[in-house]
Write a protein that binds this ligand. Sequence first.
Ligand code: ADP
Ligand code: ZN
Length: 737
Amino acid sequence: TPVNPVTPDTPEFFEEGALVGVLTTQPLDRVLDYKAPEGGCWLGAFVEVPLGPRKVLGVVWGAGRGDWDISKVRSVSRVLDTAPMRAEMRAFLERAGAYTLTPMPAMLRLGTRAPGLGDPPSMRKVYRRGDGTPDRMTDARRRVIDFLAEYGDLSFTLKELSELSGVTSSVIKGLVKQNVVSEEEAPRDMPFPPLDPSRPGKELTADQEAAAAHLRDGIRSGTYGTTLLRGVTGSGKTEVYLEAVAACLAAGRQALVLLPEIALTAEFLTRVEARFGARPAEWHSGATMTERRRIWRMVGTGGAQLVIGARSALFLPYRDLGLIVVDEEHDTSYKQEDGVLYNARDMAVLRASLCSAQVVLASATPSLESWANAEAGKYRRIDLEARFGPAVLPEMRTIDMRNEDLPGGRWVSPTLEAAVRTRIEKGEQALLFLNRRGYAPVTLCRACGHQLGCEQCDARMVEHRFLKRLMCHQCGESTPIPEACPSCGAEGRLAPVGPGVERLSEEVTALFPDARVAVLSSDLFGSARALKAEIEAIAEGAADIIIGTQLVAKGHNFPKLTLVGVIDADLGLQGSDLRAAERTFQLMRQVAGRAGRAEAPGTALLQTFQPEHPVIRAILGGDEEGFWRAEAAEREAAGVPPFGRMAGIILSGPDVGQVFDAGNMLARNDGPLRQIGAQVFGPAPAPIARVRGRHRVRLLVKAGKGVALQQALSRWVSQVKLKGELRLAVDIDPQSF
Ligand code: ADP
Ligand code: ZN
């Protein structure tokens, strides 16, 4: 339940001694009363308050309630040195918390992910032109003086100045002594270099210009609006939304671009730098503490105009956010599946609606949700139909695996093999796509049939031959590959079943011994940096054949790539998930879109055992509108999102009996749900039934559109007593159903 909601009549400033309600990051269900400290405090101020024997972080959330003995109320200990949280941000946290049924302290933790929040910034020495003259001139000194004559209004660290002017630091120190160069202390949290939105962008085609003009109009209106920017890979969506960023910066407001894989943004940052003359702030989990702290502070003061970030960048305290771009908006990684379960795409729309910002959802294969919102008139939709320049869309064909002569243990059909050979003989690149990490998905004992599984999870152990280990893809547990079967003890009888990318690479190396083969799979690279370097090398032609998982489907630009071979196009179609068709359609079209980005035309070949399957036919046929309409009709008939509402309730604990008991109790006591006409399914084992030794069961709730689902859910689940290690998580709009 939201507490002390922000209302227009809330006083903005609290005099010393006034009662204030403080929301803390501690797991307490309410806002606590304190007295405003000496000097008073602003509504939204970040404060430290005493809680029992400790001091904890909090935000002044409103006036105190004061319905108790005032003399017992303690004072706020300290007001932190950072801008108060804006009303719009407080409202965002409350609305997002109410939507995802997340307690406010957890929401506040999302909104305060900055190390050393409120501490005075640490200082460092910076250098600029002083007013002295040198006692004698040398070449080195001349270089420093000339450099500072040009850039003297900026300040540099010692390292920067010595590198940029090409002298040793002792030369600079010598000049400092004579005050030719001045040395000062400056805060470490410096503004980011200014971006210049007036620099010209690429000359746009007529279609692109029309799209850009619409986005610019939205920005100029200064109001909320969401645009679905749909366009095939390579049609110039990025060029177009960079125009919106330019308009937003020119209007003096901040912009945020969300990318699904922040580790793979090198190409994007280079484009931003080329467009605006400097690098923007880059927010992601791999950033150092100092970088994050700097971004957090600069976003609040306007010293960061543009942030490129992962989904958590939505929770930064922007001073004036005017635009949020969600690139590859259909990507499932926008859904946070740990802790607070939220979809960054939906939260972007919520946030923008609260701060009068524009949202651009960009994708070649939009989510059915966004497609339906555009159909319903909630979003404006713009289509870019053609690829830019000479690049054309790849030709797509199936390889009917029922007709291919392929021995067991091999996955590259003769037809695909011949196609790869033709391409690499021409000096072009081929990509073989298989969405399975590791060597083989299953390892089994040929003596007893036992399949190696994780002891902690309901998952198979996957062999990773390069790492010489078995790994659980759920919990990350890994063990050396055993000699003997852990079940029957037979030695040397363990065998891999089915293909993973590593095994595929063995086959490909045997088929093409002279080709350079690169495997792109997240677990083969120790760091994001190493992966980035590999991707850049491949783009420059360091490999003839690329073997990759889902990782390669996302936005990389390989100019020499002209052939995409999908090893198993049927993989995603198995299983009962109602989103399977949508996901397969998106993934296949994304992967195929990697081919033929430059002058050479591309081909995509899909190996399938069911070429007549409607989804496979839709992928080939290119009738996207038809596909969406058919999908929408099916979902509408089933009453599932986006035409109905769903929520998952996950109960978990070490004792499977206790977990199921709690689930059954909820299923029996479904009164609050029946009141809104909602149905409960389950309890059933969750899609991942056991993780790290905890058993998980799921109940699915299906409701009509426009009912007060969250209220009913919170009344319903409050019936469970969370004893011992039993946990309950609510997943609004689950990814699979
Ligand atoms: P998308 O985001 O739709 O995949 P991009 O914006 O990345 O497409 O464009 C694909 C390629 O074409 C990029 O290298 C981009 O710089 C180039 N491009 C697109 N539009 C233009 C244009 N109007 N002028 C010059 N190059 C363009
Ligand atoms: Zn495991």
